[in-house]
Design a protein around this ligand. Structure first.
Ligand code: FAD
Length: 457
C-alpha cells in the first residue's frame, strides 16, 4: 500500500519523528529471517500519547501498523507484510522506576535486555530471562515473543516475569493491565494473554517486570561425553537428582567441530557431545550443587568435567556456546533454524530421529541449545540458492515439526510463530483452538490492522 501525502502530514503531526526515505525503509523490511516486505513509513514514538495518536490515524485510514523492537526475531513477526506503518520503539527505552521494596522495575519497551541487566546489577537486582540476543533485543520484543534463554531451567522465561503492561489498542484505548504485588486474582489475565501475542493484539508502551535478588555466585562447568546419548541422558539424571542447575546447554558433535574450526580453542572434536552447566546462589551451596552435577556426569561416563576456576574460564566456555550459530556457515551457506521443544526425557528420541533424517536427506542437521528445558535449536543446513536442495531442506523441516508433535513437544519454545511457523500451528493447536484465537484477535482488532498476516493462516 502507499500512504498519501495528506495522511503522512497527519502522522507527522501525531509523531514528529518519521521517515519515508527508501534506504531507511529497507532497514525495516526484514528481521533475522530472510523474509522481506518494505513498509511505507517508519515512526519513532516517544510516548504513549504519540502511539495513541498514530493508532487513531491508522485506524481511521485503514493503514496497517507493525510494532518493532530490534528486529532480531527468528520468525518474521516484525516484518510488515502488508506495508503501512512500522513503529520502532528505539526512542522509548527508559527505565521509569525501580521499586526495591516491591521488587519490580518499570521500563519502556525499547530498552535493550542487557542494558536493563547492567543497570539492575548496580542495585543488586536480577531480571533472569537471557535470550542469546540479549545485547541487541529489546524487552518489548522479548515480552511480545515470550523469549527464553539458558537460565530458564531454574528461573523460567519472560512470561514468568511480566507483572503488568500499558497497552494501546487499535480503537485508541489505553489499558493498564496486571498488578504491583506478588499475586492477584481479579478478572481475566490480560497481561498473560498479551505476552507472546507478537504485536497482533495491542501495542505495548510500558512494562512492569518482577525482579529477584542478584545471586552472589555463578559456578560454570563444561562436561565432555564420548557418546551423545549419554550427554542427553545426563540432563534427565541431573534433574531427577533434585539438583537445580541454572543452565544446562547441549552442544552436539557437528557444532563442536564447527566451533573448533572457527575459534581454534582446542575443543575435543572427537567427542559425541558436550554440556555447559551452571549453578548459582550462595558460594557454598552453588559449588555443592555443581559437585552433585559432576558426580552424576562422571558416574555416567563423562570423559571430562571441568569447573571454571575464574570468570575468564567461564567466559571461554560461554564463548564456545555463543559461537555455534556463526560457525555453522562452514557446513552450508544457509540454515533453517527451528526451536522445537520436547519433554526433557524425550530429547534422546528426538536426536535419534534427527540423525536418521540427516542421513536420509544428506543434509547436515546440527543440534544445540537449552537441553535443560527440552528446547533444542535444530539447524537444517542447506544452500538456499540451490532450489532442489532447498526444497529437500523445507521438507526436512516439515518432518522435524511432525516428529516434535509426535514426541508430545511444541513447535516453538521461545521464538514464536510469526510467518515462519504459521502453516503448522493448526497441527499443534487444533482447529477449535485456532478458531477461538482468531475470534479473540477480531475482538481486539476488528479491522485486522495490527501486525496483520501473522500467527494465523
Ligand atoms: C543471534 C540470535 C540469538 C537469539 N537467541 C534467542 C534466544 O536465546 N531466545 C529467544 O527467545 N530468542 C532468541 N532470538 C530471537 C529474538 O532475539 C527474540 O525473539 C527477541 O525477543 C526479539 O526481540 P526484538 O527486540 O528483536 O523484537 P522484534 O524482532 O523487533 O519483534 C518481535 C515481535 O515483537 C513485536 N513487538 C516489538 N515491540 C513491540 C511493542 N512495543 N508492542 C507490541 N509488539 C511489539 C513485534 O511486532 C514482533 O511481533 C535470537 C535471535 C538472534 C538473531
Amino acid at each position: 500500500m502507499t500512504i498519501d501525502l495528506r495522511v503522512l502530514g497527519e502522522l507527522k503531526r501525531a509523531c514528529g519523528d518519521l521517515t519515508t526515505a527508501r534506504e531507511e525503509l529497507l532497514l525495516y523490511s526484514f528481521d533475522a529471517t530472510k523474509i522481506k516486505h518494505t513498509p511505507d513509513c517508519v515512526l519513532f514514538p516517544r510516548s504513549t500519547k504519540e502511539v495513541t495518536g498514530v493508532v487513531n490515524i491508522c485506524a481511521r485510514h485503514g493503514i496497517p501498523v507493525t510494532p518493532r523492537g530490534a528486529g532480531t526475531g527468528y520468525t518474521g513477526a516484525a516484518v510488515p507484510v502488508q506495508g503501512g506503518v512500522v513503529m520502532d520503539f528505539v526512542k522509548m527505552n527508559r527505565i521509569l522506576r525501580i521499586d526495591h521494596n516491591a521488587m519490580y522495575v518499570e521500563v519502556e519497551p525499547g530498552i535493550v535486555n542487557a542494558e536493563l541487566g547492567k543497570e539492575l546489577a548496580k542495585h543488586g537486582l536480577f531480571y533472569p530471562p537471557d535470550p542469546a540476543s540479549l545485547k541487541s533485543s529489546t524487552i518489548g520484543g522479548n515480552v511480545m515473543t515470550g523469549a527464553g534463554g539458558p537460565s530458564a531451567v531454574k528461573y523460567g522465561v519472560t512470561r514468568d516475569y511480566v507483572m503488568g503492561l500499558t497497552a494501546v489498542f487499535m480503537d485508541g484505548s489505553v489499558v493498564e493491565t496486571g498488578i504491583k504485588c506478588v499475586k492477584g486474582a481479579v478478572g481475566y489475565d490480560l497481561t498473560r494473554l498479551l505476552v507472546g501475542s507478537e504485536g497482533t493484539l495491542a501495542i505495548i508502551t510500558k512494562i512492569r517486570l518482577k525482579l529477584v535478588p542478584m545471586p552472589k555466585t555463578v559456578v560454570t562447568a563444561m562436561a565432555v561425553f564420548d557418546d551423545r546419548r549419554v550427554a542427553v541422558n545426563a540432563v534427565t539424571e541431573i534433574l531427577r537428582a533434585r539438583l537445580v542447575p541454572r543452565t544446562l546447554e547441549y552442544i552436539d558433535r557437528t557444532a563442536i567441530r564447527c566451533v573448533e574450526e572457527y575459534l581454534r580453542a582446542g575443543l575435543p572434536v572427537d567427542a559425541g557431545g558436550m554440556l555447559l552447566a551452571e549453578t548459582d546462589g550462595d558460594p557454598g551451596p552453588a559449588m555443592r550443587e555443581m559437585e552433585g552435577i559432576k558426580a552424576i556426569c562422571e558416574k555416567l561416563g563423562a570423559r571430562s568435567f571441568t569447573i571454571a576456576r575464574d570468570t575468564a574460564e567461564a567466559q571461554a566456555f560461554w564463548k564456545v556456546r555463543r559461537s555455534i550459530s556463526v560457525s555453522l556457515n562452514r557446513l552450508r551457506p544457509s540454515k533453517i533454524n527451528e526451536d522445537v521443544t520436547v519433554p526433557r526425557n524425550r530429547i534422546g528420541e528426538l536426536m535419534d530421529r534427527l540423525d536418521e533424517l540427516s542421513r536420509r536427506t544428506g543434509l547436515p542437521i546440527v543440534n544445540f541449545g537449552h537441553a535443560g528445558d527440552g528446547n533444542i535449536h535444530v539447524n537444517v543446513m542447506t544452500d538456499a540458492s540451490n532450489p532442489k536442495e532447498y526444497e529437500v531442506a523445507l521438507k526436512a523441516v516439515d518432518e522435524i515439526l511432525h516428529i516434535t508433535l509426535e514426541l508430545d513437544g511444541t513447535l516453538s519454545g521461545e521464538h514464536g510463530v510469526g510467518l515462519a511457523k504459521m502453516p503448522y500451528i493448526e497441527k499443534e493447536l487444533g482447529t477449535a483452538c485456532v478458531e477461538i484465537s482468531k475470534r479473540l484477535k477480531k475482538a481486539f482488532d476488528p479491522a485486522g490492522l495490527l501486525n496483520p498476516g501473522k500467527i494465523f493462516p
